[in-house]
Write a new protein. Sequence first.
Length: 357
Amino acid sequence: MGARRTTAVVGALPIGTRTDFLHGSVTRLSTAVRRDSRRVRQGSSAAPVPVASCVTVNAPQVVHSTGAELTWPAYTDPSTATGDDIVEYQVHRSVFQSFTPSSQTLVSPVANDRTAFTDSTATPTPADSADSFGNVFYYMVAVKTKDGQIIPAPTQIVRLPKAGRTTMVLQGIGTDTTLASAQPTSGHDQLSDSDINRTWLSVGNNSSTYGKTRSLLKFPLSGIPASSRVLEAQLDLWGFTTTTGTDGAVYEVHGLTKDFDETAATWNNTTATTPWTTAGGDMDAAVADTVGTVTNDPARQSWYLTSLAQNWVTNPASNKGLALRLQDESAAGPQERTVFLSSEAEEAQLRPQLVVT
């Protein structure tokens, strides 16, 4: 605790790897898709299908030791011709990032009126393996058309947990807001920057506009059975700017003891009409985890919340959310403020997330 951490697990893969690697791969994969589309269609008299007609599998929220629960948008027919009408989807899996879909990579065909599939065919990594995590795979959802062509698509990287385990990725489905001591009766689901409302969260003590700021976040865990054992839970936030007056700030997470209204919570109130018992948010005295030495370099910051998440899973009513604040918010303490992207941020991959295994 206290050391700076800028990676976390998503589908049991380091966050920085997933985000940077995946984003960096999209351009390369788009090129590969165009190249593979031409290769798959060689010798065909049909007109080339635009790359835009492919479907891109969504980042999975649930990953089992035997495979991921996959979803994707429906295929969009690019023309009025019948040859490019969809016959079926095909789920493919490979250990290679860029590959041409074939019988060797095919996991299963999927009916053309379905856009979801759960893979249960991967061989689990033994629970007692020396490896920290399970196997890495790349999933693709290809489209088979009436003219017999297979339309490839970008791949989605997934790392499976070890045998008997399931990883749930909660991203973009939580609620969050900022409390500001200098504006104690105003809600800050968004923060103003040059008179423009931004989907940001703020934590710090050196803002001339907002004063001391704390971020509140809550993630729904109802999809996890109450009898589950939580092996690891990580909170990941994308910090994109840090203003430091004096070094030494430590960012700590506390469990909230009173729920909050994302759009109405203020420094003084938890809802439009209900005050906090203590201004600035009612929270456990115990610190769940800390992160220190945050620089101005954009990066993921990660906190381990395993015990807190276990309590939320076992006792769902106890899940009031969490508060992120500086350890020392006084004027005599380190002066610093970090702005994080919120759950409404335009870049979905960089929104706050809780990853529970």
